[in-house]
Design a protein around this ligand. Structure first.
Ligand SMILES: [Zn+2]
Length: 410
């Protein structure tokens, strides 16, 4: 198999892996200003998508323009998330160069969509393809591609530890070559239970003292994880932003979450913000947690909440994920002020960060790859792919880290 990396090699964002010019795995976009896309738009015979994050599905509708109608294979939640993200991109950038597809393209995606569950093999562009639970977000999959001669395993993003929303990956299908993500190849996560304990204690303390806690969270996965934690510890909470819709949607796919009853309880426990009649401003003096997009404070209803709660040192802002350099979330952590909705705002409310990651850390990656000792490893999806490939080679692996545009033969 000839495997070309059209994006997401030596970088995070715009993942796109093309096999023999025929089968495309993922077609994402990199959120930046301006957004970036894979280096070219191929004409594949079929498309297979690992999971519903923007950096893996963001540019999918561009593949069904002109006469092109390749079937797109994914799990049901991945399909739903891709459509939600595509409509959001249209709303933000539609009609500009920052959106390489139209409303018509998005509608066509529905016509070519083919959904599959885990461990149900299907045919795509002449290959046999199988999804395995990757433990990253609901519907996320490792993708095994078999041409009858070679079995290529594309890990997609994965987590080896359990989260409240999804169980960690346990599938280790046999493979002759593996493309492995490496987002946190140089990081050791604090154990999840400890992160959760610290978070809960901090939020509860603030609420007892009469403060409000704003919890910026990504819409997909993280928002639901925060709602599950709030329900488990009986923390009063509101939920706002795109995470509301995603929470409703995931309720329809119980087989893709770890505990559907717990998610249902978390949904009932949280109060969904409608935003009507000044509700957002009104709830900022409630002793409650407000779980809201965006996770890095670069938009969404957080833009209303932060200005309202920022002046009172009794209040708190708890970041729940990695903050990319240059985002308001990162600025706030580093300097105590950030540009919110076009205005530089100093913040007296306390600011904290918690690592609720949905990716395997260094130990998790090594533990996962321990099942593939004799399998050539191609490292992608990371800022330090080369260094991780070096580490693997020192440990006896056959490992490489191609650049964007490169083709490797497996
Ligand atoms: Zn992801």
């Amino acid at each position: 198999m000839d495997v070309q990396f059209l994006g997401g090699a030596g970088e995070i964002g715009r993942s796109a892996v093309l096999i023999d010019e025929s089968l495309l795995l993922d077609f994402g976009m990199l959120t930046d200003s301006p957004p970036q896309f894979p280096v070219r738009t191929p004409s594949p015979d079929a498309v297979v998508v690992s999971h519903g994050h923007l950096d893996h599905v963001g540019n999918i509708p561009a593949l069904v323009s002109g006469d092109a109608r390749p079937p797109i294979h994914w799990t049901p939640p991945t399909y739903e998330l891709a459509m939600t993200l595509a409509r959001d991109t249209l709303k933000l950038h539609g009609g500009t160069v920052n959106c390489p597809f139209t409303e018509t393209n998005v509608r066509r995606v529905t016509q070519v969509s083919e959904t599959h569950g885990y461990r149900e093999s299907f045919e795509a562009a002449g290959y046999e393809v199988t999804f395995y639970n990757a433990g990253h977000i609901p519907g996320s999959a490792h993708v095994l591609v078999d041409d009858g001669d070679t079995r290529l395993l594309y890990t997609g993003d994965f987590h080896t530890d359990d989260q409240r929303l999804v169980s960690g990956t346990t599938a280790r299908p046999g493979a002759d070559a593996i493309i492995c993500e490496s987002t946190y190849s140089d990081v050791e996560h604090e154990p999840r239970t400890t992160v959760e304990e610290r978070f809960v204690e901090s939020v509860e303390t603030t609420l007892w003292e009469g403060g409000t806690v704003v919890v910026p969270a990504f819409a997909i996965g993280r928002t639901q994880e925060m709602l599950l934690i709030c329900e488990a510890h009986d923390i009063p909470c509101y939920v706002d932003g795109m995470g509301k819709r995603v929470t409703e949607m995931l309720g329809q796919y119980p087989e893709f979450v770890r505990d559907a009853d717990a998610l249902q309880r978390a949904k009932s426990h949280a109060r969904f913000v409608t935003g009507k009649d000044g509700q957002r401003k009104r709830i900022t003096d409630q002793k409650a947690a407000i779980v809201t997009t965006s996770g890095m404070l670069s938009g969404g209803p957080a833009m209303t909440y932060i200005p309202e709660i920022r002046a009172n040192p009794m209040n708190k802002i708890t970041m729940t994920g990695y903050q990319v350099q240059g985002t308001p979330g990162r600025d706030l952590l580093e300097t105590g002020s950030a540009e919110i909705d076009g205005r530089i705002m100093p913040v007296s409310a306390r600011i904290e960060q918690y690592d609720f990651s949905a990716h395997a850390d260094r130990d998790g990656l090594l533990e996962y790859l321990d099942s593939y000792r004799d399998t050539p490893v191609v490292v992608n999806h990371g800022d330090r792919c080369g260094a991780f490939a070096d580490t693997l080679r020192e440990n006896g692996y056959d490992a490489t880290a191609p650049e964007v545009g490169a083709t490797v033969t497996v």
